[in-house]
Design a protein around this ligand. Structure first.
Ligand code: ZN
Length: 142
C-alpha cells in the first residue's frame, strides 16, 4: 500500500539547519547551471555538444525539483515536506493539505494514477547515486 511520507522538523535550530542546507544545494545547482551556460556560449547551438549541455542543465533543475528540497507545487524551500506516492513527488505540507480533499474524488484518483510517473523517482535515486554517490538510507523506524 502506498503511504504518504511526512518529514516534519519541529526544533527551530534543526529547521534552520535544514533550510540552510537546502539553500546551499540550490546555490550549488545554480552555479552548475551557470558553468554549463558559460560553456554553451562558445558553442554553436545546433551542435550536439550544445544540446548535451542544455540537457544536463535541464536534468539538474528537474532533479532539484524532484527532491525534498523544493515543493513541487509552490517552489517553497523552507517548509516541512510530504512525499506523495500517488504523484509521486515531494510537496510542502500546506500544498498537500489543499490537495488531499481532491484525492477523495474517484475521477481525480483515476487521473493521478494515469499520470503517475514511478520512473521519475527511481531515475532521481539512480542519478543521485551515480553522479554524486548519494544512496537512499532506509529509516530504522519504517
Ligand atoms: Zn508548497
Amino acid at each position: 500500500m502506498k503511504k504518504f511520507k511526512k518529514v516534519i522538523i519541529k526544533h527551530p535550530t534543526l529547521r534552520n539547519l535544514r533550510n540552510n542546507l537546502r539553500k546551499i544545494i540550490d546555490i550549488w545547482e545554480l552555479t552548475e547551471e551557470k558553468k554549463l551556460s558559460d560553456k554553451m556560449q562558445s558553442l554553436d547551438w545546433k551542435s550536439p555538444q550544445w544540446r548535451e549541455l542544455r540537457d544536463t542543465q535541464n536534468q539538474l533543475r528537474r532533479l532539484l525539483n524532484l527532491s525534498i528540497c523544493v515543493c513541487d507545487v509552490c517552489q517553497a524551500q523552507d517548509k516541512d515536506m510530504v512525499f506523495d506516492p500517488f504523484v509521486p513527488k515531494w510537496m510542502c505540507v500546506d500544498c498537500h493539505e489543499v490537495l488531499i480533499p481532491k484525492y477523495k474524488d474517484p475521477r481525480v484518483q483515476a487521473e493521478i494514477h494515469a499520470e503517475a510517473d514511478d520512473v521519475s523517482l527511481e531515475e532521481f535515486k539512480a542519478t543521485m547515486q551515480k553522479n554524486f554517490g548519494i544512496k537512499e538510507e532506509k529509516s530504522k523506524r519504517d
